[in-house]
Design a protein around this ligand. Structure first.
Ligand SMILES: [Zn+2]
Length: 389
């Protein structure tokens, strides 16, 4: 590999070509980034998962000093399965409409590409504070990698002052986000012939009752709107994303698993939904199932949790980011990002990146070239700031 400088768009093209769907390993991409950094004389550290199949990457440029800025992003993307793509999702395709198409262009390889393309400039600059890169795995399936990455950040380097998580915000500065929890609810019934409903317990039917209850809870929670935040929607939300169970049309289903989750407004009690679900199951739903068969069971298990982000804890970080975007106000978002995890480790964190979140997870995902330009300009200002502070 050469050390020829590359543009952010050229770098994005390289990153998009790696299929880093969360179910796959991200190691090919991470190793590419590592060798790119190596070629530029930047040492990086990998923080692998337990199985060694995925890794976070951490790297620093500049003086070994406190007060650095962390540019952070997740390397995984959501699946393209079943989506109608007009172009190859793993080939960055520029169209005459000024948009760059490909999986992960907006969520969120665009930001990582800009960070990496600026490595030669970071090195040339007389940085007074360091720049750190923190790239994670498994964000899309519950921010799994970011926990160890945040620990690494807190433990191994002089304390940074701000983390910028480059999720797509159209380069607006976001300093508040919802908390989110991902859970499984596993219903175990008892099989019987479908003509003998009195002999068995149909797990799917009780899962259905649970979903109905979740809907009612959601309606109740929708009445509690947040007085200050302007997120849309402005209340806690619940979603059942996957339902699986049953073996045949003429058998009472023995098992049914719901993959569900909730998002809580920043500052709200983020344990409420799970707590109330557990209480409902224990006091009402499970006794009903067990009355039919003693072996029936319901287990609710948390898969993931992402803490929220509160504006007042991130004021200094937001001020800095606004200086670099030229914006005059901050925003709140209803989705969860790794920002909540970094913040919960005590580092002020804001979200700011190229592209529109409404593009994320969609077929024909794109990032506008103008957004990549804005992000280039943002990092340009950040470099100037880092030379003088
Ligand atoms: Zn994302």
């Amino acid at each position: 590999m050469s050390t020829e400088p590359v543009t952010s768009i050229e770098m994005l093209k390289r990153l998009v070509a790696f299929d880093t769907t969360s179910r796959n390993s991200n190691l090919d991409l991470i190793k590419y980034i590592q060798s790119y950094l190596d070629d530029h004389g930047v040492k990086s550290t990998l923080v692998p998962n337990e199985e060694g199949t995925k890794a976070n990457l951490f790297a620093s440029i500049g003086p070994e000093a406190e007060g650095g800025i962390v540019l952070s992003g997740h390397t995984d993307v959501v699946p393209v399965d079943g989506q109608a793509w007009e172009t190859d999702p793993w080939t960055l395709t520029e169209k005459p409409d000024g948009k760059l198409y490909g999986r992960g262009t907006c969520d969120m390889k665009g930001f990582i590409a800009v960070a990496l393309a600026h490595v030669p400039k970071f090195q040339k600059a007389r940085l007074k504070v360091p720049m750190h890169f923190a790239f994670s795995y498994d964000e899309e399936i519950g921010c799994l990698g970011a926990h160890s990455l945040a620990e690494k950040l807190v433990g191994a380097v002089p304390r940074p002052q701000t983390v910028i998580v480059g999720e797509p915000t159209m380069m607006s500065v976001v300093n508040a986000q919802n908390a989110g929890g991902g859970l499984n609810a596993t219903f175990t019934g008892f099989e019987a012939h479908s003509s003998m409903t009195h002999l068995g317990v149909n797990a799917i039917h009780y899962a259905g009752e649970f979903i109905h209850w979740l809907n009612e809870l959601q309606e109740e929670l929708a009445q509690r709107k947040h007085p200050h935040l302007d997120t849309m929607p402005n209340h806690t939300t619940i979603n059942v994303g996957i339902i699986s169970g049953g073996t045949a049309g003429n058998i009472l289903a023995r098992e049914c698993v719901l993959n569900w989750g909730y998002r809580t407004l920043p500052g709200d009690d983020n344990t409420e939904v799970q707590r109330r679900a557990e209480q409902y199951v224990k006091e009402l739903l499970l006794p009903k199932m067990r009355a039919k068969h003693p072996d029936a069971n319901i287990v609710i298990k948390r898969r993931s949790f992402v803490p929220g982000l509160l504006p007042q804890e991130n004021e200094a970080a937001a001020k800095l980011a606004l200086e670099w975007t030229g914006g005059n106000r901050t925003y709140a978002v209803p989705y969860g990002t790794e920002a909540g995890i970094f913040r919960s480790h005590g580092i002020p964190t804001v979200i700011c990146g190229p592209g529109d979140i409404s593009q994320a997870h969609q077929p024909n995902e794109f990032v506008a070239k103008s957004q990549m330009d804005s992000c280039d300009a943002f990092v340009g200002k950040l470099i100037k700031w880092a030379e003088t502070h």
